[in-house]
Design a binder for this molecule. Structure first.
Ligand SMILES: CC(=O)SCCNC(=O)CCNC(=O)[C@H](O)C(C)(C)COP(=O)(O)OP(=O)(O)OC[C@H]1O[C@@H](n2cnc3c(N)ncnc32)[C@H](O)[C@@H]1OP(=O)(O)O
Ligand SMILES: CC(C)C(=O)C(=O)O
Length: 507
């Protein structure tokens, strides 16, 4: 009988540590609910002491989620542990996840602490966390570069202090599958009372080995795997949940392990993370990339026609990627529209669906066929997650290769129409400067990109922008068949997200 292995999702914590991937409270809640549908065992909802926004998000996730454990990260410090518990205590199954680095380089240069001090702090902080919460995970940060007998000592101490899970992170993505397999096996064989705790692994992708290392650890007897959707995370990212889940699923013959993951929710979850973070998925990304199930060459297509298994080791349906059999167009109805939104990872309230449906009909009048990407862009642009502080009234652009580009933009704010004129290096720059004059410019433009959403003459342009205020990044998207309009809408979308977040923080 196959053994069960737990999936610990840290998209909301380590995933959010990817530069430019921050999410606001509503977005985090939306993702947490999707992770619940995906049936992960544990959701690490954030690092409660990091900021008031992080604390509020961890608390909100703890209050909303019923079927998964909810964890908060905490340094090995009483104040961190207290804050973590204050946020997760609302969960049905709360967990405090405390950590401290155990490798020589981290102890010497970062913590400026001796082995004895780190050992004592680990023991004492797990003991303290246990007084608040029965479920305590301990991570020996940089475990894969830690001197092995010291690692055993620390693990024995925290298990004795009551840790329910001991995590062996490969914090800097340094290890290799063979080495990590041996490390986990050695821990199983040499750490006293190791059977009293779960063994967890947490791999980073600096050498592109995060998933391979995680699978090696699973084979060596780890019982919890930490990962993120689309592999987002610090630097080169974390092990990708979808790759681990589908590897275990597809190679049951090799691993004989099962997870609770509802694999048909993988694709919607992946799309949702990409949309919420603004982090695009590379086309050839395993499992969820656009090309993961595409067959271009003749020999492959011939094979596929003869038998799908010639070139596909899993079905697109198994990850929730259903072909768009229902072609959406101006004659489509609400049911088909809502069903397609669900497949794309949007589970919206009826009034939101109705509002979007009206917009969809307007778009369908302009475009013959509506593709998934048109729908995603529509939902994003009409973002139902944020308050509309201002919206575009109208704009006029004067541009050419012999004149200075000039933009006149009229925004509507609280039913008031405000118009400004500005010049710039190009039409988009001029339009953004006109908007800055209206809303004030306490923020900076960090990134701007323009892509075609779909193909063909009636393709829509999708603009995405990132703006920064107080070290927080807000991304916005806009679509239109006119690229300047798409850019203006994206800029306004990002500004609205920023203002929504600021309002949330004030409340
Ligand atoms: C491997 C990982 O992913 S760990 C998680 C990383 N994630 C984050 O850091 C995101 C959130 N972090 C933050 O918001 C901030 O860093 C905070 C709020 C946690 C701390 O901010 P600050 O108090 O300004 O400290 P700063 O980040 O500059 O330095 C870290 C301090 O924590 C100490 N520290 C680091 N890790 C630990 C630990 N596990 N246990 C105890 N202390 C620790 C450092 O030695 C340093 O201490 P010092 O101030 O006495 O020199
Ligand atoms: C806190 C731990 C689990 C971590 O994120 C790491 O070591 O990468």
């Amino acid at each position: 009988m196959a053994k069960h292995i737990k999936i610990f999702d840290t998209t909301l914590r380590d995933g959010e540590q990817s530069p430019g991937c921050s999410m606001n409270l509503q977005e985090k809640l939306e993702l947490a609910k999707q992770l619940e549908r995906l049936k992960v065992d544990v959701i690490e909802a954030g690092f409660a002491i990091a900021s008031p926004g992080d604390f509020a998000a961890v608390k909100a996730v703890a209050q909303a989620i019923k079927d998964c454990k909810v964890a908060s990260l905490a340094r090995a410090l009483p104040a961190d542990i207290e804050k973590a518990y204050e946020a997760v205590k609302y969960a049905e199954a709360p967990r405090i996840h405390t950590f401290i680095a155990t490798s020589p380089i981290h102890m010497k240069y970062k913590l400026k602490a001796s082995e004895e001090e780190v050992l004592e702090r680990s023991r004492a902080m797990v003991k303290y966390a246990k007084t608040l919460c029965s479920d305590v995970e301990f991570s020996a940060e940089d475990a894969s570069r830690t001197e092995i007998t010291f690692l055993y000592k620390v693990l024995e101490a925290v298990i004795e202090a009551g840790a329910t899970v001991v995590n062996i992170p490969d914090t800097v993505g340094y290890t290799t599958p063979d080495e990590y397999y041996t490390l986990i096996q050695n821990i199983r064989n040499n750490v006293k009372n190791i059977d009293k705790a779960e063994i967890s692994v947490h791999c980073h992708n600096d050498l592109g080995l995060a998933v391979a290392n995680t699978l090696a650890a699973a084979r060596a007897g780890a019982t919890q795997l930490e990962c993120t959707i689309n592999g987002i995370g610090e630097r080169a990212g974390n092990a990708a949940l979808e790759e681990i889940a589908m590897a275990l699923n597809t190679r049951k013959d090799l691993y004989d392990l099962t997870t609770n993951i509802e694999t048909t929710e993988i694709y919607p979850t992946s799309r949702l993370v990409s949309k919420l973070t603004g982090m695009k998925i590379q086309h050839n990304k395993a499992i969820v990339g656009d090309n993961a199930f595409a067959h271009e060459s003749g020999i492959h297509q011939h094979g596929m026609l003869a038998h799908k298994n010639t070139y596909e080791i899993m079905t697109p349906e198994s990850i929730g990627l259903t072909n768009n059999k229902l072609v959406l167009g101006k004659h489509s109805g609400r049911h088909a529209f809502e069903e397609r939104l669900n497949v794309l990872g949007y589970h919206l309230a009826k009034d939101q669906v109705n509002k979007l449906f009206q917009e969809f009909k307007v778009l369908a009048d302009k475009k013959k066929m509506i593709y998934d990407k048109d729908l995603e862009a529509l939902v994003e642009e009409k973002s139902v997650r944020i308050k509309e502080f201002c919206r575009l009234g109208q704009f006029v652009i004067n541009s050419g290769n012999t004149i200075t580009p000039t933009a006149t933009v009229r925004l509507i704010r609280n039913d008031e129409e405000i118009e400004e004129v500005a010049t710039g290096h190009g039409p988009v720059d001029a339009a953004f400067k006109a908007i800055d004059k209206i809303v004030g410019n306490g923020f900076s433009l960090e990134d701007y990109a323009l892509n075609s959403v779909t193909e063909g003459e009636d393709a829509q342009g999708e603009a995405s922008v990132k703006i920064k205020m107080h070290e927080e990044i807000y991304h916005g998207r806009g679509i239109s068949t006119d690229v300047v309009e798409a850019s203006i809408k994206a800029y306004i979308n990002a500004i609205n997200k920023m203002l929504s977040e600021l309002e949330c923080q004030e409340e």
